[in-house]
Write a protein that binds this ligand. Structure first.
Ligand code: GTB
Length: 214
């Protein structure tokens, strides 16, 4: 069955792969599933045809025959559920990998989103410079613990899983702030994720659409 996802007609990041369709593309590449992409403009995302797929008027969405999904975490869980390469079959290892998916999206990513908001949308406010260090420390708090947990290991559990896919995707958003490089093992972990052939294919596919010269 054909799988179709949606992505920005042109991502504001100019091809850095930070929009969430890259996470879905990466998962599809990891499991070797061909897919099609429907590009949508900001205006189209708020129109009824897209709202029928995504109640919040965002990307990415996922269509597979009669099934349509939104929320990146849910889309990746749906794919991983059918592919051992993203979720181990063994019950407890599977539950742990899913736990890391939630940890990436619910614990590590929220302060990173707050930092993005502070840097992009609040930089002109009189209190911005005073607040920014506090926001950065909130980003660091879970990273200290994550770094201690990972130690010198390659992945968060015994092998690469959808938990790593999401954790790497969340962490790489931090590169521009310099905070990722404060944690040598996390920076190396992100680099390992980005070196995977599936990630490289996903990145290249979105870059072809979003690169400044494209
Ligand atoms: N919880 C949802 C999920 O995980 O799928 C969040 C989806 C979401 O935030 N989608 C964003 C969107 O559609 C794109 S990914 N925004 C348009 C809108 O809300 O109107 C977030 C994003 C956007 C741009 C960059 N960037 O340019 O660097 C990075 C990340």
């Amino acid at each position: 069955m054909t799988i179709t996802i949606t992505a920005f007609e042109r991502s504001p990041d100019g091809g850095k792969g930070l929009a969430r369709d890259t996470r879905v593309r990466w998962a599809l590449e990891e499991v070797g599933q061909p897919y099609e992409v429907r590009l949508v403009s900001f205006a189209e995302m708020k129109k009824p045809a897209h709202l029928a797929l995504h109640p919040f008027g965002q990307i990415p969405t996922y269509e597979e025959g009669p099934l349509s999904l939104f929320e990146t975490g849910s889309i990746i869980l749906h794919l991983a559920d059918q592919h051992e390469s993203l979720l181990p079959k063994e019950k407890n290892a599977r539950a742990r990998a899913i736990t890391w998916m939630f940890a990436a999206l619910n614990t590590v990513e929220p302060p990173i989103l707050e930092l993005t908001t502070a840097r992009i949308f609040e930089s002109d406010r009189p209190w911005s410079a005073e607040r920014l260090p506090l926001v950065k420390d909130r980003v660091r708090a879970p990273l200290h613990k994550l770094s201690a947990h990972l130690g010198a290991d390659e992945w968060l559990d015994d092998r690469f899983s959808a938990g790593d896919l999401l954790m790497v995707s969340v962490l790489l958003r931090l590169r521009i702030s310099g905070i990722l490089d404060e944690y040598e093992n996390l920076a190396a972990y992100v680099a390992r994720g980005e070196a995977r052939p599936a990630y490289r294919r996903a990145f290249a596919a979105q870059y072809a659409i979003n690169a400044p010269s494209a």
